[in-house]
Design a protein around this ligand. Structure first.
Ligand SMILES: [Zn+2]
Ligand SMILES: [Zn+2]
Length: 385
Protein backbone atom coordinates (compact mmCIF):
# COMPACT_ATOMS: atom_id res chain seq x y z
CA UNK A 1 0.00 0.00 0.00
CA UNK A 2 1.32 3.40 -0.93
CA UNK A 3 2.32 5.88 1.75
CA UNK A 4 -0.62 7.99 2.90
CA UNK A 5 -0.32 11.61 1.89
CA UNK A 6 -0.86 14.42 4.36
CA UNK A 7 -4.45 15.67 4.13
CA UNK A 8 -3.40 19.28 3.63
CA UNK A 9 -1.09 18.19 0.86
CA UNK A 10 -3.92 16.18 -0.72
CA UNK A 11 -6.09 19.30 -0.88
CA UNK A 12 -3.15 21.51 -1.82
CA UNK A 13 -3.63 23.95 1.04
CA UNK A 14 -1.38 25.19 3.84
CA UNK A 15 -1.72 23.92 7.38
CA UNK A 16 -3.99 26.29 9.24
CA UNK A 17 -6.13 26.95 6.16
CA UNK A 18 -9.56 28.32 6.99
CA UNK A 19 -12.69 26.21 6.64
CA UNK A 20 -13.56 28.32 3.61
CA UNK A 21 -10.27 27.54 1.96
CA UNK A 22 -10.68 23.84 2.75
CA UNK A 23 -14.18 23.85 1.26
CA UNK A 24 -13.04 25.66 -1.85
CA UNK A 25 -10.06 23.41 -2.45
CA UNK A 26 -12.15 20.29 -1.87
CA UNK A 27 -14.86 21.28 -4.34
CA UNK A 28 -12.41 22.20 -7.04
CA UNK A 29 -10.60 18.86 -6.77
CA UNK A 30 -13.74 16.80 -6.24
CA UNK A 31 -15.20 18.17 -9.45
CA UNK A 32 -11.98 17.51 -11.33
CA UNK A 33 -11.67 13.90 -10.21
CA UNK A 34 -15.31 12.97 -9.89
CA UNK A 35 -15.86 9.47 -11.38
CA UNK A 36 -18.65 10.80 -13.59
CA UNK A 37 -16.09 12.91 -15.41
CA UNK A 38 -13.43 10.23 -15.46
CA UNK A 39 -15.22 7.02 -16.31
CA UNK A 40 -12.97 4.00 -16.00
CA UNK A 41 -10.01 6.08 -14.83
CA UNK A 42 -8.57 4.17 -11.87
CA UNK A 43 -6.13 6.90 -11.00
CA UNK A 44 -8.83 9.56 -10.83
CA UNK A 45 -10.91 7.21 -8.71
CA UNK A 46 -8.09 6.80 -6.21
CA UNK A 47 -7.52 10.53 -6.16
CA UNK A 48 -11.21 11.11 -5.60
CA UNK A 49 -11.22 8.75 -2.62
CA UNK A 50 -8.15 10.47 -1.21
CA UNK A 51 -9.72 13.92 -1.61
CA UNK A 52 -12.93 12.84 0.08
CA UNK A 53 -11.09 11.26 2.95
CA UNK A 54 -9.06 14.44 3.48
CA UNK A 55 -12.21 16.54 3.33
CA UNK A 56 -14.07 14.27 5.73
CA UNK A 57 -11.44 14.96 8.35
CA UNK A 58 -10.52 18.59 7.65
CA UNK A 59 -14.09 19.80 7.30
CA UNK A 60 -14.97 18.42 10.74
CA UNK A 61 -13.52 20.75 13.39
CA UNK A 62 -13.19 17.97 15.94
CA UNK A 63 -11.50 15.50 13.61
CA UNK A 64 -9.35 18.28 12.20
CA UNK A 65 -8.11 19.20 15.67
CA UNK A 66 -7.22 15.54 16.38
CA UNK A 67 -5.51 15.23 13.03
CA UNK A 68 -3.54 18.44 13.54
CA UNK A 69 -2.33 17.13 16.86
CA UNK A 70 -1.84 13.41 16.30
CA UNK A 71 -1.77 12.94 12.53
CA UNK A 72 -3.50 9.94 10.96
CA UNK A 73 -3.42 8.08 14.24
CA UNK A 74 -5.73 10.71 15.71
CA UNK A 75 -8.52 10.13 13.21
CA UNK A 76 -8.20 6.49 12.19
CA UNK A 77 -7.77 3.86 14.89
CA UNK A 78 -6.62 1.37 12.26
CA UNK A 79 -3.81 3.54 11.05
CA UNK A 80 -0.48 1.80 11.47
CA UNK A 81 -2.16 -1.40 12.66
CA UNK A 82 -0.81 -3.25 9.67
CA UNK A 83 -3.86 -3.16 7.46
CA UNK A 84 -3.44 0.22 5.86
CA UNK A 85 -5.25 3.39 6.62
CA UNK A 86 -8.35 3.29 4.48
CA UNK A 87 -10.27 1.03 6.86
CA UNK A 88 -11.79 3.75 8.95
CA UNK A 89 -13.39 5.44 6.00
CA UNK A 90 -14.93 2.60 4.11
CA UNK A 91 -13.19 3.97 1.06
CA UNK A 92 -16.46 4.46 -0.80
CA UNK A 93 -17.56 7.54 -2.63
CA UNK A 94 -21.14 6.67 -3.31
CA UNK A 95 -22.33 9.50 -1.11
CA UNK A 96 -20.79 12.33 -3.08
CA UNK A 97 -23.23 13.55 -5.63
CA UNK A 98 -22.27 15.81 -8.50
CA UNK A 99 -25.45 17.75 -7.94
CA UNK A 100 -24.36 18.49 -4.38
CA UNK A 101 -21.05 19.83 -5.53
CA UNK A 102 -22.61 22.02 -8.17
CA UNK A 103 -25.55 22.97 -6.03
CA UNK A 104 -23.28 24.38 -3.38
CA UNK A 105 -21.33 26.34 -5.91
CA UNK A 106 -24.21 27.87 -7.77
CA UNK A 107 -26.37 28.43 -4.76
CA UNK A 108 -29.70 26.71 -4.93
CA UNK A 109 -28.88 24.31 -7.68
CA UNK A 110 -31.33 25.52 -10.28
CA UNK A 111 -30.25 25.13 -13.83
CA UNK A 112 -29.37 21.51 -13.16
CA UNK A 113 -32.74 20.41 -12.00
CA UNK A 114 -35.69 20.73 -14.27
CA UNK A 115 -37.84 22.78 -11.94
CA UNK A 116 -36.90 26.18 -13.31
CA UNK A 117 -37.47 25.14 -16.88
CA UNK A 118 -40.72 23.41 -16.08
CA UNK A 119 -42.09 26.31 -14.14
CA UNK A 120 -40.85 29.83 -14.91
CA UNK A 121 -43.02 31.13 -12.09
CA UNK A 122 -41.09 29.20 -9.45
CA UNK A 123 -39.13 31.39 -7.04
CA UNK A 124 -35.55 31.82 -8.20
CA UNK A 125 -32.56 33.13 -6.37
CA UNK A 126 -31.07 36.31 -7.83
CA UNK A 127 -27.63 36.22 -9.42
CA UNK A 128 -24.41 36.66 -7.46
CA UNK A 129 -22.45 39.82 -8.14
CA UNK A 130 -18.66 39.53 -8.06
CA UNK A 131 -16.53 42.50 -7.07
CA UNK A 132 -12.79 42.76 -6.61
CA UNK A 133 -11.25 44.72 -3.77
CA UNK A 134 -7.61 45.87 -3.60
CA UNK A 135 -5.88 45.66 -0.25
CA UNK A 136 -2.46 46.59 1.03
CA UNK A 137 -0.48 43.88 2.81
CA UNK A 138 -1.31 45.40 6.20
CA UNK A 139 -5.03 45.77 5.40
CA UNK A 140 -5.15 42.06 4.57
CA UNK A 141 -3.26 41.15 7.74
CA UNK A 142 -5.27 43.26 10.18
CA UNK A 143 -8.59 43.50 8.40
CA UNK A 144 -10.27 46.78 7.44
CA UNK A 145 -13.45 48.41 6.23
CA UNK A 146 -13.70 49.05 2.49
CA UNK A 147 -16.29 50.65 0.29
CA UNK A 148 -17.10 48.72 -2.86
CA UNK A 149 -19.20 49.92 -5.75
CA UNK A 150 -21.17 47.49 -7.85
CA UNK A 151 -24.10 47.18 -10.22
CA UNK A 152 -26.95 44.98 -9.17
CA UNK A 153 -30.48 44.30 -10.30
CA UNK A 154 -33.11 45.53 -7.87
CA UNK A 155 -36.86 45.04 -8.02
CA UNK A 156 -38.40 47.96 -9.91
CA UNK A 157 -40.15 50.20 -7.37
CA UNK A 158 -42.33 51.76 -10.04
CA UNK A 159 -44.18 48.52 -10.82
CA UNK A 160 -43.34 46.53 -7.70
CA UNK A 161 -41.42 44.04 -9.83
CA UNK A 162 -44.39 42.93 -11.93
CA UNK A 163 -43.17 44.64 -15.10
CA UNK A 164 -46.65 46.04 -15.77
CA UNK A 165 -47.18 49.80 -16.09
CA UNK A 166 -48.41 51.65 -13.04
CA UNK A 167 -52.10 51.05 -12.42
CA UNK A 168 -52.19 47.88 -14.52
CA UNK A 169 -51.53 44.26 -13.67
CA UNK A 170 -50.26 41.41 -15.80
CA UNK A 171 -53.09 39.64 -17.61
CA UNK A 172 -53.70 36.00 -18.22
CA UNK A 173 -51.90 35.05 -21.42
CA UNK A 174 -54.45 34.76 -24.25
CA UNK A 175 -52.38 32.19 -26.16
CA UNK A 176 -52.10 29.55 -23.46
CA UNK A 177 -54.89 30.56 -21.14
CA UNK A 178 -52.46 31.01 -18.31
CA UNK A 179 -51.14 27.47 -18.41
CA UNK A 180 -47.76 28.47 -19.82
CA UNK A 181 -47.79 25.63 -22.33
CA UNK A 182 -49.57 25.11 -25.60
CA UNK A 183 -50.61 21.79 -27.11
CA UNK A 184 -49.40 21.13 -30.64
CA UNK A 185 -50.95 18.54 -32.92
CA UNK A 186 -48.93 16.86 -35.61
CA UNK A 187 -50.16 14.53 -38.30
CA UNK A 188 -47.83 11.61 -38.75
CA UNK A 189 -48.17 8.29 -40.63
CA UNK A 190 -49.10 6.75 -37.28
CA UNK A 191 -51.93 9.13 -36.58
CA UNK A 192 -52.24 12.50 -34.87
CA UNK A 193 -49.55 13.09 -32.27
CA UNK A 194 -50.04 15.60 -29.50
CA UNK A 195 -47.21 17.29 -27.73
CA UNK A 196 -46.80 20.28 -25.47
CA UNK A 197 -44.33 23.08 -25.77
CA UNK A 198 -43.77 26.23 -23.70
CA UNK A 199 -45.91 29.13 -24.78
CA UNK A 200 -43.77 31.57 -26.75
CA UNK A 201 -45.97 34.60 -26.19
CA UNK A 202 -45.55 34.62 -22.41
CA UNK A 203 -42.35 32.62 -22.20
CA UNK A 204 -44.18 29.93 -20.26
CA UNK A 205 -45.25 32.27 -17.48
CA UNK A 206 -48.91 32.17 -18.25
CA UNK A 207 -49.02 35.89 -17.68
CA UNK A 208 -48.75 38.62 -20.20
CA UNK A 209 -48.02 42.32 -19.75
CA UNK A 210 -50.03 44.48 -22.09
CA UNK A 211 -48.56 47.82 -21.00
CA UNK A 212 -44.97 47.31 -19.88
CA UNK A 213 -43.62 49.50 -17.10
CA UNK A 214 -41.60 52.27 -18.71
CA UNK A 215 -39.16 52.38 -15.85
CA UNK A 216 -37.90 48.79 -16.18
CA UNK A 217 -39.17 48.09 -19.73
CA UNK A 218 -41.30 45.27 -18.40
CA UNK A 219 -38.49 43.25 -16.87
CA UNK A 220 -39.49 44.03 -13.29
CA UNK A 221 -35.91 44.75 -12.31
CA UNK A 222 -33.60 47.71 -12.86
CA UNK A 223 -29.83 48.07 -12.72
CA UNK A 224 -28.73 50.08 -9.72
CA UNK A 225 -25.26 51.31 -8.89
CA UNK A 226 -24.66 50.70 -5.22
CA UNK A 227 -21.86 51.38 -2.77
CA UNK A 228 -21.55 48.97 0.14
CA UNK A 229 -19.24 48.96 3.11
CA UNK A 230 -17.48 45.63 3.57
CA UNK A 231 -15.77 44.39 6.68
CA UNK A 232 -12.63 42.65 5.52
CA UNK A 233 -11.66 40.26 8.32
CA UNK A 234 -8.06 39.96 9.52
CA UNK A 235 -6.01 37.27 7.79
CA UNK A 236 -7.43 37.35 4.27
CA UNK A 237 -5.06 36.67 1.41
CA UNK A 238 -5.00 36.81 -2.39
CA UNK A 239 -8.24 35.40 -3.84
CA UNK A 240 -10.02 35.04 -0.49
CA UNK A 241 -13.69 35.59 -1.19
CA UNK A 242 -16.15 37.12 1.23
CA UNK A 243 -19.87 36.63 0.65
CA UNK A 244 -22.34 39.36 1.53
CA UNK A 245 -25.52 37.31 1.74
CA UNK A 246 -28.58 38.74 0.07
CA UNK A 247 -26.80 41.79 -1.34
CA UNK A 248 -26.69 40.56 -4.94
CA UNK A 249 -29.34 40.68 -7.66
CA UNK A 250 -32.96 40.66 -6.52
CA UNK A 251 -34.61 37.25 -6.65
CA UNK A 252 -37.34 36.40 -9.14
CA UNK A 253 -40.89 35.39 -8.30
CA UNK A 254 -40.30 35.99 -4.62
CA UNK A 255 -37.05 34.01 -4.56
CA UNK A 256 -34.18 35.14 -2.32
CA UNK A 257 -31.65 37.72 -3.42
CA UNK A 258 -28.26 36.63 -4.72
CA UNK A 259 -25.04 37.39 -2.88
CA UNK A 260 -22.23 39.84 -3.42
CA UNK A 261 -18.95 37.97 -3.63
CA UNK A 262 -16.00 40.17 -2.74
CA UNK A 263 -12.70 38.81 -4.01
CA UNK A 264 -9.55 40.09 -2.34
CA UNK A 265 -6.44 41.10 -4.18
CA UNK A 266 -3.41 41.91 -2.02
CA UNK A 267 -0.53 44.15 -3.05
CA UNK A 268 2.97 42.85 -2.42
CA UNK A 269 4.85 44.53 0.42
CA UNK A 270 8.45 45.72 0.08
CA UNK A 271 9.37 44.43 3.55
CA UNK A 272 7.08 41.53 4.45
CA UNK A 273 6.73 38.35 2.51
CA UNK A 274 3.81 36.07 3.25
CA UNK A 275 3.73 32.28 3.33
CA UNK A 276 0.28 31.13 4.43
CA UNK A 277 -0.03 32.72 7.87
CA UNK A 278 3.72 32.98 8.36
CA UNK A 279 5.66 36.12 7.55
CA UNK A 280 9.23 36.34 6.29
CA UNK A 281 11.46 39.36 6.80
CA UNK A 282 15.05 39.84 5.73
CA UNK A 283 17.19 41.94 8.06
CA UNK A 284 20.61 43.13 6.88
CA UNK A 285 23.28 43.11 9.59
CA UNK A 286 26.92 44.12 9.56
CA UNK A 287 29.90 41.80 9.57
CA UNK A 288 30.82 42.66 13.13
CA UNK A 289 27.22 42.29 14.32
CA UNK A 290 27.24 38.79 12.84
CA UNK A 291 30.59 38.01 14.46
CA UNK A 292 29.95 39.44 17.91
CA UNK A 293 26.16 39.21 18.13
CA UNK A 294 23.90 42.23 18.48
CA UNK A 295 20.49 43.56 19.42
CA UNK A 296 18.69 44.32 16.18
CA UNK A 297 15.33 45.87 15.48
CA UNK A 298 13.01 43.53 13.62
CA UNK A 299 9.78 44.70 11.99
CA UNK A 300 6.72 42.51 12.58
CA UNK A 301 3.17 42.99 11.36
CA UNK A 302 2.33 44.31 14.84
CA UNK A 303 5.24 46.73 15.11
CA UNK A 304 8.94 46.69 15.88
CA UNK A 305 10.54 44.17 18.24
CA UNK A 306 14.08 43.77 19.52
CA UNK A 307 15.87 40.56 18.69
CA UNK A 308 19.25 39.36 19.89
CA UNK A 309 21.31 37.96 17.05
CA UNK A 310 23.69 35.49 18.69
CA UNK A 311 27.44 35.61 18.41
CA UNK A 312 28.77 33.85 15.31
CA UNK A 313 25.61 34.15 13.23
CA UNK A 314 26.07 33.04 9.64
CA UNK A 315 24.79 35.02 6.70
CA UNK A 316 21.41 33.60 5.65
CA UNK A 317 20.64 32.21 9.12
CA UNK A 318 16.92 32.15 9.93
CA UNK A 319 15.25 32.72 13.29
CA UNK A 320 11.66 32.10 14.20
CA UNK A 321 9.52 34.45 16.26
CA UNK A 322 6.68 32.22 17.39
CA UNK A 323 3.18 33.67 17.14
CA UNK A 324 4.37 36.91 15.56
CA UNK A 325 2.81 36.10 12.20
CA UNK A 326 -0.64 36.67 10.75
CA UNK A 327 -3.92 36.14 12.55
CA UNK A 328 -5.73 33.04 11.24
CA UNK A 329 -8.71 33.98 9.13
CA UNK A 330 -11.82 33.28 11.18
CA UNK A 331 -9.95 31.49 13.92
CA UNK A 332 -7.85 31.96 16.99
CA UNK A 333 -4.08 31.95 16.88
CA UNK A 334 -1.41 33.35 14.63
CA UNK A 335 1.30 32.16 12.31
CA UNK A 336 4.99 32.71 13.01
CA UNK A 337 7.47 35.22 11.76
CA UNK A 338 10.75 34.13 10.23
CA UNK A 339 13.70 36.48 10.32
CA UNK A 340 16.39 35.84 7.77
CA UNK A 341 19.60 37.75 8.44
CA UNK A 342 22.01 38.59 5.68
CA UNK A 343 25.45 40.03 6.24
CA UNK A 344 25.91 43.16 4.21
CA UNK A 345 29.40 43.69 2.89
CA UNK A 346 30.52 47.32 2.45
CA UNK A 347 31.13 48.06 -1.23
CA UNK A 348 33.96 50.51 -0.60
CA UNK A 349 36.43 51.13 2.23
CA UNK A 350 38.93 53.93 2.73
CA UNK A 351 42.63 53.33 3.30
CA UNK A 352 42.50 53.33 7.11
CA UNK A 353 39.59 50.91 7.10
CA UNK A 354 41.39 48.59 4.69
CA UNK A 355 44.50 48.58 6.85
CA UNK A 356 42.49 47.83 9.98
CA UNK A 357 40.63 45.00 8.27
CA UNK A 358 43.84 43.53 6.88
CA UNK A 359 45.39 43.57 10.32
CA UNK A 360 42.33 41.91 11.76
CA UNK A 361 42.28 39.26 9.02
CA UNK A 362 45.94 38.44 9.65
CA UNK A 363 45.17 37.87 13.31
CA UNK A 364 42.68 35.13 12.47
CA UNK A 365 43.65 31.49 12.47
CA UNK A 366 42.36 28.49 10.58
CA UNK A 367 40.32 27.51 13.67
CA UNK A 368 38.24 30.68 13.34
CA UNK A 369 36.65 29.34 10.15
CA UNK A 370 34.75 26.07 10.40
CA UNK A 371 33.42 25.97 6.86
CA UNK A 372 36.68 27.01 5.25
CA UNK A 373 38.53 24.40 7.24
CA UNK A 374 36.39 21.53 5.97
CA UNK A 375 36.29 23.02 2.49
CA UNK A 376 40.07 23.01 2.18
CA UNK A 377 40.28 19.55 3.69
CA UNK A 378 37.90 18.24 1.02
CA UNK A 379 39.83 20.08 -1.65
CA UNK A 380 43.02 18.42 -0.51
CA UNK A 381 41.40 14.97 -0.39
CA UNK A 382 40.23 15.34 -3.97
CA UNK A 383 43.17 16.96 -5.64
CA UNK A 384 46.02 16.45 -3.24
CA UNK A 385 48.34 19.10 -1.79
ZN1 LIG B 1 -41.06 48.46 -13.52
ZN1 LIG C 1 -48.84 32.06 -22.79
Amino acid sequence: MAEKRDYYEVLGIPKGASSDEIKKAYRKLALKYHPDYNPGNKEAEEKFKEINEANEVLSDPEKKARYDQFGFAGVDPNYGAGQGGAGGFGGGFGGVDLGDLFGDIFGGGFGFGSSSRANPNAPRKGGDVRVGVNLTFMEAVHGCKKNITLNRKEACKECGGTGAAKGTTPEVCPDCGGRGVVTVQQRTPFGVMQSQRPCTRCGGKGKFVRNPCTHCHGTGRINVKKTLEVNIPAGVSEDTSIALRGQGDAGLNGGPNGDVIVICSVKADPMFERDGYDVWVTVPITYSQAVMGAEVVVPTVDGKVEYTVPEGTQSGATFRLRGKGIQYLGGRGKGDQYVRVTVEIPKKLNKTQREALKKFEESLKEENYEQRKSFFKNLKDKFGK
